[in-house]
Design a protein around this ligand. Structure first.
Ligand code: PLP
Length: 402
């Protein structure tokens, strides 16, 4: 694929107020107008380049949004205070009472809880499907369906969505394909593959420092304008706005994303191959044994690899907990949720990030007790990391089980 997302970030030029190489931070919640007429026009959305109030938009947030839109190849983008602060307004903007959503059943637990427990209070209902079965996805669409929702690489099972095929289905039924690309920035470009809206939790790989939560919606100018509309825009009215200071710091971190993704991917590939050779049940899109490995190859921007997320199954929750505690003790990473940090993070999703999903549904989708989700870090010496992890597994008799 010839799309070069990192070049598009690199090509952006900034001139701060005093000629700085970084844009000046707009540390204001409100903006003055020289004439009352311009203020009125801005309220009406007819005064381009004018700022009104920072919940609506601010220069720092626009800079970050434009960089993320460049990365995803969309017309524009709107940043928000968290990933959930991006997902929830998008779905509420696209759906009215009586509407229906078709969603992948393996998605981040918070998104699942929103669709399953929260949004039905507005008479918006969701069918959860196996997103890898295109005929099942299409069969779930009914006359009220407005959205197909999925993650490019799903949390936590690392299922891969066939974005181009899903986009075709969405177009055929005149509905929107919304893709959460949090697990695979740069690697997958959903919009280029046909998605209508691309969302990220910036909290993860994109910011990469585990020092903030943040989110973004990338899409057409028309859709982003709708989200920001002062009368009925879900971003404007629900108020999940990113702070300007934070937008400036996320923008600075975004510039090293390509280097970090390559290292996350390289390290994850190394460990996944080693774990698999050791006989561990390992899931990683870069492994030939992954059911969607070939599909992933057709979708990916090759130079960034298969991203930094992998899972292993160590048989039981007790074993998973023992292993994670031991690895943390040996400074191999943190027993923590989230992803995209310089250190490896590991958690057992069934009892943490996917605990919102009822146990029997977890079982049905293949989310087992002993599953450990790894966000592989930027370790310079991954071979040493592997040797130490292998020692931990041997000490706990995990490898002898396989
Ligand atoms: N999407 C995915 C795939 C996630 O993993 C998460 C959080 O873990 C979110 C969205 C929510 O993001 P945030 O925590 O920034 O609201």
């Amino acid at each position: 694929m010839s799309f070069k997302p990192a070049n598009r970030i690199q090509d952006l030029q900034y001139f701060g107020e005093f000629g700085g190489v970084n844009p000046s931070i707009s540390d204001s919640s409100t903006y003055t107008f020289l004439s009352a007429k311009t203020m009125f026009d801005t309220f009406e959305g007819n005064a381009d380049g004018c700022y009104l109030y920072s919940r609506h938009s601010s220069p720092s947030n626009l800079y970050l949004g434009e960089a993320l839109a460049a990365m995803e190849g969309t017309e524009t983008a709107n940043v928000s205070a968290s990933g959930m602060g991006a997902i929830t307004p998008v779905l509420l903007q696209l759906c009215q009472a009586g509407d229906h959503i078709v969603s992948s059943r393996t998605i981040y637990g918070g998104t699942y809880a929103f669709l399953k427990n929260f949004i039905p209070r507005f008479q918006i209902n969701t069918s959860f499907v196996d997103i890898t079965k295109l005929e099942v996805v299409e069969a779930a669409i009914n006359k009220n369906t407005k959205v197909i929702f999925c993650e490019s690489i799903s949390n936590p099972l690392l299922e891969v969505a066939n974005i181009a095929a899903l986009a075709k289905i969405a177009k055929k039924h005149h509905i929107k394909l919304v893709v959460d690309n949090t697990f695979s920035p740069l690697t997958i470009s959903p919009s280029i593959l046909g998605a209508d809206v691309v969302i990220h939790s910036l909290t993860k790989f994109i910011n990469g420092s585990s020092d903030t939560v943040g989110g973004v919606v990338c899409g057409t100018q028309e859709f982003i304008n709708q989200l920001r509309n002062v009368n009925d825009g879900a971003c404007m009215l629900l108020g999940s706005t990113m702070d300007s200071l934070r937008a400036a710091s996320v923008l600075k971190n975004l510039r090293t994303l390509h280097i970090r993704m390559k290292q996350h991917s390289k390290n994850a590939m190394y460990l996944a191959q080693k774990f698999e050779l050791d006989g561990l049940k390992t899931v990683y899109p870069g492994l030939k044994s992954h059911p969607s490995h070939e599909l992933f190859n057709t979708m990916m921007n090759t130079e960034y690899g298969y991203s930094g997320m992998l899972t292993i199954d160590v048989g039981s929750l007790d074993k998973a907990n023992e292993l994670m505690e031991l690895m943390q003790k040996k400074s191999l990473g943190y027993l923590a949720v989230s992803l995209g940090f310089y250190k490896t993070l590991f958690s057992a999703p069934g009892s943490s990030t996917s605990s919102e999903i009822p146990l029997e549904e977890q079982k049905e989708m293949g989310l087992s007790d002993g599953l450990i989700r790894f966000s592989i870090g930027l370790d310079d010496d991954i071979e040493r990391t592997y040797q130490m992890m292998n020692q931990c597994m041997k000490q706990l008799n995990i490898l002898s089980l396989h």
